[in-house]
Design a protein around this ligand. Structure first.
Ligand SMILES: Cc1cc2nc3c(=O)[nH]c(=O)nc-3n(C[C@H](O)[C@H](O)[C@H](O)COP(=O)(O)OP(=O)(O)OC[C@H]3O[C@@H](n4cnc5c(N)ncnc54)[C@H](O)[C@@H]3O)c2cc1C
Length: 449
């Protein structure tokens, strides 16, 4: 069988299939594996054997405020499916040497784990799983983009072609798993499937141009409706994040976020930042101004003076002696910004954020000049949506029938797992666990042939 895409979903699918005894080829478009997974922080929702319901409930609870009235999403059957197999994916990760540990420390969430490292862990999954797959007998073909699915006369998928300027390879296969990630790098597809997100900055991998989605649709696959951008990471410079792999967030939890017209909309330390994006996107644009005084500004990763002095390209930072002057520099009505800062300071003095419920220890008043405003941009972690599958990762047509031999997992088929917003640690769980399911079922299909 063939797995298309070498992110967490493809690698987990391939390991799961190889573990079933299937002969597996994993083909990757880029000269290296990793996809968006490589850029991820690495937190993943998981459950021990028999405790899938606990993980599902944790996801549902966190997403509850963002469930949209009348929407079919999230579809709990899909969450149940990943909850049930999660311990099997964890077993693969541990066998690959990842040493998965429950999240710990301040703000630790239940049913969330991470490879054993103090830093970002996305790359570790790839570093460990790539040789592990090879140790299981899997073969990896890099620089080999899938360009076409091979269908037989009955409409079943029986292989993949990788046709480039320099090589053409044909992979005949008993089953194919599409794990090509999302399509946040393809503006044409975004305009078609998620027009609201057109033009947004993205932190996803460069190869995620929706090839798998296009190939699947050509083979008759249905797509989910109501796709949406998994926005929510705020960064001061979206271009840096493209190059270096976006940090989960560059912004400070103890600063004050105001919309582009100067109003506070949210608590700044909201979970995984996705809340910020939802609220800000629903208002005036894809971002906010991060307001700080001299004390708070000591916490920025790039020194604030450097940001103000450079003030070029996408990085925009202003310094002023008064809030009024700061408002003028940012183009905000001084009366609005003044009122917002006054109200925020009042809440800080009272020690309780009765407006938005921000944690008390992060309520630091904006009072010591000079004052700063840094433009913060919302960067998407991908488009939730993609190809329709069953809970067994079989790709389905519009009439609900299954396309024999074709499976999909991960960001490419992710809509049913979310309500109205991305939830931290859920995307890797979707990628890994649906990858496990896709690999297991595709292996069965291939081995039966
Ligand atoms: C900065 C950042 C931080 C994040 N942090 C977290 C986190 O901590 N926890 C969490 O749960 N989620 C996180 N996410 C989201 C999560 O990383 C992704 O949703 C997840 O990694 C998707 O995995 P995937 O395997 O489906 O796709 P990817 O990892 O994107 O892999 C897809 C692969 O398919 C390849 N491909 C594409 N087209 C073809 C083709 N035609 N032929 C062959 N190969 C192809 C791509 O090159 C890529 O390697 C984060 C996202 C970002 C951007």
């Amino acid at each position: 069988m063939v797995v298309v895409g070498g992110g967490l979903s493809g690698l987990t699918a391939a390991c799961s299939a190889a573990g079933q005894g299937a002969s597996v080829a994993l083909i990757e478009k880029q000269a290296f594996l990793g996809g968006t997974t490589m850029l991820a922080t690495g937190t993943i929702r998981y459950a021990d054997e028999g405790d899938g319901a606990g993980m599902v409930q944790a996801i549902l609870d966190e997403g509850a405020p963002f469930r949209e009235e009348g929407s079919q999403f999230p579809i709990t059957d899909y969450l149940d499916a990943i909850g049930e197999v999660s311990y099997k994916s964890t077993a693969i990760y541990n066998a690959a040497g990842l040493n998965m540990l429950p999240e710990s420390g301040d703000g630790a969430r239940p049913y969330v784990q991470k490879p054993d490292t103090s830093g970002k862990a996305g790359g570790l999954y790839i570093k460990q799983l790539e040789p592990y797959l090879e140790s299981l007998g899997g073969t990896i073909y890099k620089s080999s983009p899938a360009t076409e699915l091979i269908l037989d006369d009955s409409g079943a998928v029986v292989g993949v072609i990788s046709d480039t300027d320099t090589s053409k390879k044909t992979f005949n296969a008993g089953a194919v798993v599409l794990a090509c990630g999302d399509f946040a790098r393809n503006q044409e597809l975004i305009k078609e499937y998620d027009p609201e997100s057109a033009g947004n900055f993205t932190g996803t991998a460069v190869g995620n141009t929706g090839d798998g989605l296009v190939m699947a649709v050509k083979a008759g696959a249905a797509v989910w409706d109501d796709m949406f951008s998994m926005g929510g990471a705020f960064v001061f410079n979206p271009y840096d994040s493209h190059r270096a792999g976006m940090k989960a967030s560059e912004t400070l939890d103890n600063s004050l976020f105001v919309s582009l017209t100067g109003e506070r909309r949210i608590k700044e330390n909201a979970s995984s930042k996705f809340v910020q994006a939802v609220f800000i996107n629903e208002n005036e644009g894809d971002g906010c101004w991060d307001i700080m005084d001299a004390e708070i500004a000591k916490g920025t990763e790039v020194p604030i003076d450097e940001m103000v002095a450079a003030n070029g390209g996408a990085r925009i930072a202003y310094q002023a002696d008064t809030i009024e002057e700061l408002a003028e520099l940012t183009g905000i009505d001084p009366a609005v910004l003044g009122a917002t800062v006054d109200r925020y300071n009042e809440l800080c003095e009272a020690g309780e954020d009765t407006d938005f419920g921000k944690d008390a220890q992060l309520m630091v008043p904006i009072k010591t000049p000079p004052f700063y405003a840094v433009r913060s941009y919302c960067v998407t972690r991908g488009i939730a949506g993609g190809i329709k599958t069953t809970t067994s990762a079989e790709v389905v047509r519009e009439d609900g029938s299954i396309i024999p031999g074709l499976y999909a997992s991960g960001a490419i088929a992710s809509r049913p797992f979310y309500g109205g917003a991305y939830q931290g640690a859920a995307a890797l769980s979707v990628a890994g666990n649906m990858g496990y399911i896709a690999g297991e079922n595709a292996a069965k299909t291939a081995l039966e042939k």
